[in-house]
Design a protein around this ligand. Structure first.
Ligand code: ADP
Length: 430
């Protein structure tokens, strides 16, 4: 309820800029405060935010019709008695359905600018255009039909847009897969040649004699290996997204698999003075799983623990059997992850760091990849019927609260079959 000292605020919802300007000017000239919105949805938001004294609505808006805007606002206690006046160029035929939707008054376009302030004051004072009972019932039915038909139209639009997006998504995945395949073939050759070159006796001698040449050749092989693994990550991720990855389950010695993965990081652990705790006896030696894919999971989690833990830190790997489940964790004493970032780090291309600081090292402190490591882990673990999550207090590079990545896998020993279907990540996220 406005007190006399409060200005009268009129919200005018109109998509035609010329009409908007004309009426806004005329109303302001009369001392009204005028707010404008160019669509039904914007108008609803503005009304909820500013609680105007009167709402002037064009009937034909680009999204919702003026009548629908009125019906939506009338559902809200705050707008039960707010005067709402419809404006339209479409003759009297829309009058009845507008009144049936909850509109108080109806003005025809082109608006008579001289008359408008008087008409507005009439509705502000409680003016109400009326309908006889028979016309009202008929108009309400007509309005309901209109809303239902528009709803159907919108649902059909959404359905076809959804199909179009799914098609584009499929094309994008095919493009990624083709590009990655095309790049992988020549890269394998380049990798082979670089190995041949490094093993070529005269070059080997030269490398031993000249540290610069040694550095150049090693740098070349490392860069090629990194490129190879980036392309592989893209391919695996794309297959996970398109349900094309098969879990080739077989007897898997996890204890040995983890030990072998740690071996690959031995050099990094030493050079970065990181302590790694791992007791192979805690880990099962025979479960059914896809060992190649699980190796990728351990490698990604270990690589992250190394990357996000400063020199001198500790990484602890633990495993325990809980009923039919194997639960294992990789805990680090690193920079930690904020709780609000935790749900997103398992999404593709998400990285919590400043991209301008991006480096592609798998072992340097703060080095990073493309933000595909964890989504790949999630896809592989869920494909095995398991789950993965992170526990961390917060992100704090000074106090180093650390992070623990936990994985639960169903313990399927030989004889039982493993779930082999990977649902699309998108489906599961929904
Ligand atoms: P990236 O290739 O960027 O490391 P990931 O998918 O492996 O991609 O990880 C996504 C993001 O999650 C990382 O960019 C990092 O911000 C965060 N993250 C992952 N593991 C850890 C960890 N052990 N400690 C702190 N942050 C981590």
């Amino acid at each position: 309820m406005n007190t006399p000292s409060e200005p009268t605020t009129i919200l005018y919802i109109e998509d035609d800029p010329a009409s908007q300007k004309l009426i806004e000017r005329a109303l302001k000239h009369e001392g009204f405060t005028v707010l404008t919105a160019a669509s039904g949805l914007e108008g609803i938001d503005m009304a909820r935010k500013h609680s105007p004294t009167l709402i002037l609505i064009d009937i034909n808006l680009p999204d919702l019709s003026g009548r629908e805007v009125c019906t939506i606002l009338r559902c809200d206690e705050r707008f039960r008695t707010t005067p709402m006046v419809a404006l339209t160029a479409q003759g009297q035929e829309q009058r009845n359905t507008s009144l049936a939707s909850g509109i108080n008054g109806y003005l025809l376009k082109p608006v008579d600018i001289i008359e408008l302030p008087r008409q507005i004051r009439h509705y502000l004072a409680g003016g109400q255009d009326t309908l006889d009972d028979a016309s009202k019932a008929e108009a309400q039915l007509q309005f309901t039909r209109e809303v239902v038909m528009r709803l159907e139209e919108r649902l059909r639009d959404l359905d076809s847009m959804n199909k179009e997006l799914a098609h584009l998504d499929q094309m994008k995945e095919t493009f990624i897969q083709l590009t990655a395949h095309e790049l992988r073939t020549p890269l394998t050759l380049v990798y082979g040649y670089s190995r041949l070159l490094a093993d070529h006796p005269p070059l080997k001698r030269l490398m031993e004699m000249d540290q610069n040449i040694n550095g150049l050749v090693k740098g070349l092989s490392e860069a090629i290996e990194r490129m190879h693994s980036v392309i592989n990550e893209l391919l695996i991720m794309s297959r996970i997204m398109t349900n094309q990855i098969d879990i080739a389950s077989g007897p898997t010695n996890i204890a040995r698999l983890v030990a072998a993965t740690i071996q690959n990081y031995e050099h990094a652990l030493q050079s970065r003075s990181l302590t790694l705790n791992f007791d192979p006896d805690e880990w099962p030696q025979n479960i059914r799983a896809d060992s190649e894919l699980l190796r990728m999971v351990f490698s990604n989690l270990l690589s992250n623990a190394v990357k996000y833990t400063p020199d001198g830190g500790t990484i602890t790997l633990k495993a325990e059997q809980r009923g039919d489940w194997l639960r294992f964790s990789i805990q680090d004493s690193g920079i930690g992850i904020n709780p609000e970032d935790q749900p997103y780090i398992f999404e593709r291309f998400h990285t919590t760091r400043d991209l301008s600081m991006h480096s592609t090292s798998k072992t340097a402190f703060g080095g990073g990849g493309m933000g595909l490591g964890l989504p790949i882990c999630k896809g592989i673990i869920e494909g095995h019927g398991g789950r993965i999550w992170v526990e961390s207090e917060r992100h704090d590079p000074a106090l180093l609260p650390g992070s623990t990545f936990v994985v639960e896998l169903p313990m399927i020993t030989s004889g039982k079959s493993t779930p082999t279907i990977i649902k699309s990540l998108t489906q599961r996220e929904n």
